[in-house]
Every structure is written in structure tokens, then in C-alpha cells.
Design a binder for this molecule. Sequence first.
Ligand SMILES: *[C@@H]1O[C@H](CO)[C@@H](O)[C@H](O)[C@H]1NC(C)=O
Ligand SMILES: *[C@@H]1O[C@H](CO)[C@@H](O)[C@H](O)[C@H]1NC(C)=O
Ligand SMILES: *[C@@H]1O[C@H](CO)[C@@H](O)[C@H](O)[C@H]1NC(C)=O
Ligand SMILES: *[C@@H]1O[C@H](CO)[C@@H](O)[C@H](O)[C@H]1NC(C)=O
Ligand SMILES: *[C@@H]1O[C@H](CO)[C@@H](O)[C@H](O)[C@H]1NC(C)=O
Ligand SMILES: *[C@@H]1O[C@H](CO)[C@@H](O)[C@H](O)[C@H]1NC(C)=O
Ligand SMILES: *[C@@H]1O[C@H](CO)[C@@H](O)[C@H](O)[C@H]1NC(C)=O
Ligand SMILES: *[C@@H]1O[C@H](CO)[C@@H](O)[C@H](O)[C@H]1NC(C)=O
Ligand SMILES: *[C@@H]1O[C@H](CO)[C@@H](O)[C@H](O)[C@H]1NC(C)=O
Ligand SMILES: *[C@@H]1O[C@H](CO)[C@@H](O)[C@H](O)[C@H]1NC(C)=O
Ligand SMILES: *[C@@H]1O[C@H](CO)[C@@H](O)[C@H](O)[C@H]1NC(C)=O
Ligand SMILES: *[C@@H]1O[C@H](CO)[C@@H](O)[C@H](O)[C@H]1NC(C)=O
Length: 413
Amino acid sequence: MVRLSAAVLTAVLHMTSAASGTKSTHPAKTYAECQRRTYKPLSGCPSGTLFVSQSSFAANFTSIQSAIASLPNDNSSHTILIAPGNYTEQLNVTRPGPLTLLGQSDDPYRGISYGASVSSDTDRRNGVQVLWAAANTDSTGQLMDNANTSVLTVAPTWNASLTGSGPTGFPVPADTPFGSSDFRAYNIDFRNVYSLQAAGPALAVNVAYANAGFYGCGFYSYQDTVYIGKLGNAYFYDNVVAGQTDFLYGFGTAWLERSTLALRNCGGGITAWKAGTNTTFINKYGVYISDSRIIAANASIAATIAGKCALGRPWNSLHRSIFMESYLDGSTLPAGYIKWGGTDPRYSNNLTLMAVYNDYGPGYNVSAMKASNVTVVLNDAGVVQYQSPADVLSNPDGSITNVSWIDATGLFY
Ligand SMILES: *[C@@H]1O[C@H](CO)[C@@H](O)[C@H](O)[C@H]1NC(C)=O
Ligand SMILES: *[C@@H]1O[C@H](CO)[C@@H](O)[C@H](O)[C@H]1NC(C)=O
Ligand SMILES: *[C@@H]1O[C@H](CO)[C@@H](O)[C@H](O)[C@H]1NC(C)=O
Ligand SMILES: *[C@@H]1O[C@H](CO)[C@@H](O)[C@H](O)[C@H]1NC(C)=O
Ligand SMILES: *[C@@H]1O[C@H](CO)[C@@H](O)[C@H](O)[C@H]1NC(C)=O
Ligand SMILES: *[C@@H]1O[C@H](CO)[C@@H](O)[C@H](O)[C@H]1NC(C)=O
Ligand SMILES: *[C@@H]1O[C@H](CO)[C@@H](O)[C@H](O)[C@H]1NC(C)=O
Ligand SMILES: *[C@@H]1O[C@H](CO)[C@@H](O)[C@H](O)[C@H]1NC(C)=O
Ligand SMILES: *[C@@H]1O[C@H](CO)[C@@H](O)[C@H](O)[C@H]1NC(C)=O
Ligand SMILES: *[C@@H]1O[C@H](CO)[C@@H](O)[C@H](O)[C@H]1NC(C)=O
Ligand SMILES: *[C@@H]1O[C@H](CO)[C@@H](O)[C@H](O)[C@H]1NC(C)=O
Ligand SMILES: *[C@@H]1O[C@H](CO)[C@@H](O)[C@H](O)[C@H]1NC(C)=O
């Protein structure tokens, strides 16, 4: 397995995000030999890898969560290989040590990417599907927390994963330990299949107080698909994220690279951030979409949403998001971002950063964006502090984190 020093990785990540136009898209191949489907499922896998299958005699477990629950709650590294199948279960990763979930697939070995170049959200499916159906349909937030609904949760405690309500959300206890230092998933689809339209928060993933990287994965829901909670650091490479309303939201920091955001309809905005655990230091919490594609989920929905989908809206006034060097099809609103709501704008000239940088495609209308007074069109000097994951992902104290948990092998071809 290829491991890079933080310094080399930082340099590489800077280099690739500074180049433009000609990005190639390749799967992350670090575990290609292990993921490959052969008659000996664990050949090419790290020693001690557990195998989950609903039908194989070689399986250690038949459900993914039972394999996760078998692991010690310590800093040791573990790998779980999962055979193709539909797994209807909620996954919950609380342990601090590195954990890698691998969907069995020949695609990385054959060099086939998942999310970087699909034409619709049904174009490709991973063999491993993790499914759950739950939404927080209580508008007061009193009966359920959004955290109840997620297909996958990576957080040290239940309280750390809670969303809560109000401008600063659930007050996570100060003594909460940090969760996974290095959680990874490769070639797995996480689907919250509660409804075929936005019907309350229905999370596919919840990352809080933890580091998580996703490679060749899919996240499918309609509302609030991807939630990055407080102190969550998440990296998405070659993924599909499909949703309708506020479908990338949270408090922490997310970097999406060479991925596809599939618009299943419009609602709210694509991004809705509260970069406000209200720190005493300058933070870079927010969502950064780099070298990616924002497209209608299919041709029929494209006709309905043409020119209508907002890039984002401020969940609180500390919202921070940047769509950079990305392709916007004709689905997005020419003005880009919007305020939260008519009587509740949640927008501040000083604090809110709802930005674009050097995007392209029929949905990228710079003059309309500038005229909105809401969308910030960044120049080179404005984007320089947000150019790579190594610029923005941070430790609990605000210092920039060691990004060695990011697998950047897909960026090397
Ligand atoms: C998992 O199953 C394999 C056989 O497929 C076995 O060799 C291995 O010991 C099992 N691992 C555990 C932790 O039980
Ligand atoms: C894991 O490592 C961290 C940082 O080195 C340490 O603070 C923590 O106590 C360790 N946790 C366990 C359960 O060993
Ligand atoms: C999983 O579910 C999908 C859709 O219902 C179905 O097409 C597919 O055959 C199922 N896969 C397996 C391995 O059962
Ligand atoms: C949802 O979360 C709350 C905590 O906010 C908890 O008390 C409740 O039991 C959960 N409900 C379900 C259905 O899990
Ligand atoms: C995850 O596990 C923690 C610790 O066991 C538990 O408190 C929490 O309720 C679980 N969350 C989910 C969504 O199952
Ligand atoms: C979780 O938060 C609730 C509500 O603030 C609190 O009552 C409870 O003690 C917390 N649990 C832990 C384990 O910190
Ligand atoms: C297109 O996407 C929408 C939104 O997900 C879905 O409702 C519809 O069934 C899809 N249509 C086709 C032809 O796939
Ligand atoms: C941040 O904290 C300060 C002082 O505690 C408070 O005045 C301010 O309203 C808080 N801001 C947000 C967005 O919560
Ligand atoms: C925002 O900035 C303006 C000047 O640019 C200043 O007058 C105002 O006090 C600031 N507002 C806040 C809430 O910081
Ligand atoms: C861009 O938006 C402006 C309104 O600000 C509109 O007049 C113009 O036609 C749009 N350009 C394109 C190419 O859609
Ligand atoms: C943007 O600001 C300018 C100058 O203050 C103003 O003339 C224009 O009406 C504003 N546009 C919108 C859409 O609010
Ligand atoms: C970053 O973390 C890795 C893995 O924990 C470690 O090997 C490396 O020394 C760290 N680098 C720095 C600069 O701290």
C-alpha cells in the first residue's frame, strides 16, 4: 500500500488542484488486489482482514455491522472486505483506530472509476449496497435527531453525532474524545431509501469528531444526504452524491474531489453549512467541491430543473462553501447561491462565504453571479487559502491537520 508523507501529499494536492481542465479520473487503487473478485476472496488483502458475505462459506460475518462490532475499541488498524449484496442495516463506527471497509469489485483493478464521469445517478452501481430507510419527519426536531436516520455514522459517541437545532446545533460535551483517526470506504453505495422526494432529513452518511475518506462510493437520498458534523473531516474522491434539498450540509469540513453531484430535483440549496461551532480561532469549516461535476440526475429531471437549483444557502450566517474548477450543467440557478429564506436570510456580508472559482459549463454565469450580491466570484488571490484538503481540514484546536489519512493514489495517473 502506498503511504505518502504529509509534506509530499500536501504538495501533490496543491499541484493537482492548481492545474485545470485536463484532470484524468482514475479509481483509488490502493486495495485493488484485495477488492478484486477471485475464488480466494482474501487474497491480496491486509493480514487479518475480515470477510463479510451473505452466502460465502468463507465469511466471518453475514452483516457489516456485526463485523464492525467485533473489533476492539482501540487504535489498532482493521480492514473488512464485503461481498456484493444488498445489506439492509445501519452502520456505526465508534472506534478510534483506522478502519477500512472495502466493497468487493473488479473496478479499481481494471482502472474503472465510479463517480467522476457518470452521466446520471443510475449510470453505475457498486456491487455492495448498504440500505436504510429513515427520515426525521418531525419538523420540531423534538422526537428524533437527524442522526437517527443515517445509513453510516462515523463518530465516537451518540452525542457527537447529534445534529440538534438552533444556530449552533447540539452542544457536544467538551470532554468528547475524537473518533476514528482514519476511516475509509471503497466502492460501497450508501442509500437512504426512505422516500423518492425530499421528506425530511434522510442521511446517507454522518461523520462527526472523526476523519473519513470515501473512494468510489455513492451516497443516495433526497434531503440532507451527506452530513458532516462538528469536528468532522471528510474527503470524497470519485464519488456520486445524489440529492435534492440541502444535500451536503453540516458543521465540519468536507472536500469533494473529482466527484459527481447528481441533482434529483431542486430544493433549498445543494450546500447548507453552519460553519459555526463558534470557535475562538479562525476556522475553515465548510464544504469545498473541486474539479467535480454538478449535473441533473437524468435527462427527464434536467428539463424540469433547468436554471433552478441553487448552489447553496446559509444554514447559519457562518456558511462557507466553494465550488471550484467544476462543471455546472444547465440545472443551476444563474445567480448561484441564495439566502436562506425571505424573512430569515441568515446572510451576512461579513461572515457568509458562498463562493465559486473558475467553474465552467452552461450553468456558470459569472455576470449573473456577481449581480446577485450573494455569490462571491473568487479570484486567484481569494482562493489561495482554500486550494487543497491540506489547506482546510483541521484538528480540534484549529490547527491544520495531518492529512496522511487521505488516499491520494487516484490523483497520480
Ligand atoms: C475469518 O475467516 C477466515 C476463514 O475464511 C479465518 O481464517 C479467520 O480466522 C476468520 N477471522 C476471524 C477473526 O475469525
Ligand atoms: C488512541 O490514540 C490516541 C492518540 O494517540 C490516544 O489519545 C488514545 O488514548 C488512544 N485510544 C485508545 C483507546 O487507546
Ligand atoms: C440488490 O437489489 C437490487 C435492486 O432491488 C437488485 O437489482 C439486485 O439484484 C440485488 N442484488 C443482490 C446481490 O441481491
Ligand atoms: C432519536 O434520537 C433521540 C436523541 O435525540 C433519541 O432520544 C431517540 O430515542 C432516537 N429515536 C430513535 C427512533 O432512534
Ligand atoms: C453507535 O454506537 C454508540 C456506542 O455504542 C451508541 O451510543 C449509538 O447509539 C450508536 N448509534 C447508532 C446510530 O446506532
Ligand atoms: C449526551 O447529551 C445529553 C444531553 O445534553 C446529556 O444529558 C448526556 O449526559 C450526554 N451523554 C454523555 C454520555 O455525555
Ligand atoms: C429521473 O430522476 C428522478 C429524480 O430522482 C426520478 O424521480 C425519475 O424516476 C428519474 N427518471 C428516469 C427516467 O430515470
Ligand atoms: C458566538 O459566540 C459569541 C460569544 O459567545 C456570541 O455572541 C455569538 O452570537 C456566537 N455566534 C454564533 C454564530 O453562534
Ligand atoms: C461588517 O462589516 C462592516 C464594514 O464592512 C462593519 O461596519 C460591520 O460592523 C460589520 N458587521 C459585523 C456584524 O461584524
Ligand atoms: C447570464 O445572466 C444574465 C443575467 O445576469 C443574462 O442576461 C444572460 O443571458 C445569462 N447568460 C447566459 C449565457 O445564460
Ligand atoms: C446588488 O447591489 C447593487 C449595489 O448595491 C444594487 O444596485 C443591486 O440592486 C443589488 N442586487 C440585488 C439582486 O440585490
Ligand atoms: C502524520 O500521520 C502519520 C500517520 O499517523 C505519521 O506517520 C506522520 O508522521 C504524521 N506526519 C506529521 C508531519 O505529523
